[in-house]
Write a protein that binds this ligand. Structure first.
Ligand code: GLV
Ligand code: MN
Ligand code: MN
Length: 409
């Protein structure tokens, strides 16, 4: 029997591994990430899988099929979180996949394909500003230069891997070839309000919106907050404030496009000093790549104009960009059969959030099943799902796994 209460209890257990007292923050390659991965590896082994941490810090479990070394159906999601996160974003997909394998194992059932469950180490990109590190390593699309990106303490990804007990030189060994992975299917909370409004516990994702992440640096001149007259100032934070509003205006003018300045830092950061340097991030997302590119060009132009008008120097780095990722029609059809098999109406919906499938698409067709979450809240500690919906999601995933037929079969 699939056990929804165990699924929720395991999400609770993972949420206890947090650097934030009384809340949940678990970033890539942290001690808390190690503890969470160890917990997941233990559950994978209990469910009859061979399990290990790979060279980029993903928890990887494999349940063999009828024949050894068969190609796999890959399932899973991520184990890292945003700051002050909810406990289901990512984790629900990992523990539900393990629950499905647990049932197969309990019934001593083998399928014509292997199943691999991944608990990706980094999907959110919180620590190093660049995301999908685990799934990009698997897809073989992780540019080694990315390993030089640093966190707020100046620690590079390469160093953090070494501190975690991993060898960055081994990352190429994580790579999987097209053909070894028959498909990637991820269950995830919706993180939006559509399923609740439609009165549905689950939905099938049609495509994942593309995203771009930028980091802008504005350089003015620090000075005494009491002595420098207003018209002689080159205040980098006042310039950044104008830029933030420009980003909002650009997004509001374009249907379906969203843009966020989620992080801003002013230096030197004292009450009585004019801010001399400011860094802020910009995250832009859209279903249409052309609309996103056009909005990005507008953001760059606005920042340049604002900086020029205030005699401020500026620099804009692209941290990461990924185009919108369509889910495979043949997999959507199989997921929909599983949804209908549970007596439910099928609804297709796009994903505004990013997911590991965006990276894995380089080696396999992808699909996603969304599970309703309360009031669509996510990236927030109030994230919640009902045990009933967790159970429905697990049953649909289980049915999908059982009836899964690779497109070439
Ligand atoms: C991940 O949740 C993202 O969409 O940023
Ligand atoms: Mn997230
Ligand atoms: Mn997620």
């Amino acid at each position: 029997m699939l056990d929804p209460s165990r699924i929720l209890q395991r999400c609770d257990a993972l949420a206890r591994h947090s650097e934030l007292p009384g809340g949940l923050t678990r970033v890539f390659l942290s001690p808390q990430a190690r503890a969470a991965a160890d917990l997941v590896l233990g559950w994978m082994r209990e469910a009859g899988m061979q399990a290990r941490l790979d060279a980029i810090g993903n928890a990887l479990g494999r349940y063999e099929g009828e024949r050894p070394a068969a190609a796999c159906l890959m399932l899973g999601s991520h184990l890292d979180t945003v700051r002050d996160a909810g406990k289901y974003d990512g984790m629900l997909g990992v523990v539900t996949a393990i629950e499905c394998v647990h049932l197969l194992n309990a019934r001593k059932e083998r399928l014509p394909f292997a199943i691999e469950v991944l608990g990706f180490g980094d999907e959110e990109g919180v620590r190093f500003g660049t995301t999908l590190l685990g799934s990009r390593a698997l897809a073989g699309t992780l540019d080694p230069r990315v390993l030089e990106s640093t966190d707020a303490q100046g620690v590079s990804i390469a160093q953090a891997l070494r501190d975690f007990g991993l060898d960055p030189q081994e990352i190429p060994s994580v790579r999987r070839k097209r053909g070894e992975v028959l498909a990637y299917a991820e269950l995830h909370i919706e993180q939006g309000p559509v399923l609740e409004a439609e009165g549905l516990p689950v939905g099938v994702v049609s495509a994942i919106n593309g995203f771009s992440r930028l980091r802008a640096t504005l350089r003015g001149e620090a000075g005494h907050a009491g002595t420098v007259p207003m018209k002689l100032r080159r205040d980098a934070l006042a310039a950044a404030a104008e830029c933030v509003l420009a980003v909002e205006r650009i997004a509001r003018a374009r249907p379906e496009l969203v843009a966020t300045v989620g992080r801003i830092e002013a230096r030197p950061g004292a009450i009585n000093v004019i801010p001399g340097e400011v860094q802020f991030t910009v995250d832009v997302r859209a279903p249409e790549d052309a609309a996103r590119e056009q909005a990005l060009a507008a953001v760059r132009t606005e920042i340049a104009l604002i900086a020029e008008a205030r005699s401020i120097g500026f620099e804009i780095e692209t941290l990461q960009e990924l185009g919108s990722s369509a889910c495979a029609p043949w997999l959507m059809a199989q997921l929909e059969r599983a949804v209908a098999g549970e007596g439910l109406r099928c609804l297709r919906l796009p994903s505004g959030a990013g997911h590991d499938g965006m990276a894995l698409k380089a080696i396999a067709d992808i699909a996603m099943l969304f599970v309703r979450c309360k009031r669509g809240i996510s990236h927030h500690p109030a994230e919640a799902i009902s045990a009933e919906d967790a159970g429905t999601g697990a049953r649909v995933l289980n049915r999908f796994i059982h009836d899964f037929r690779p497109v070439s079969a």
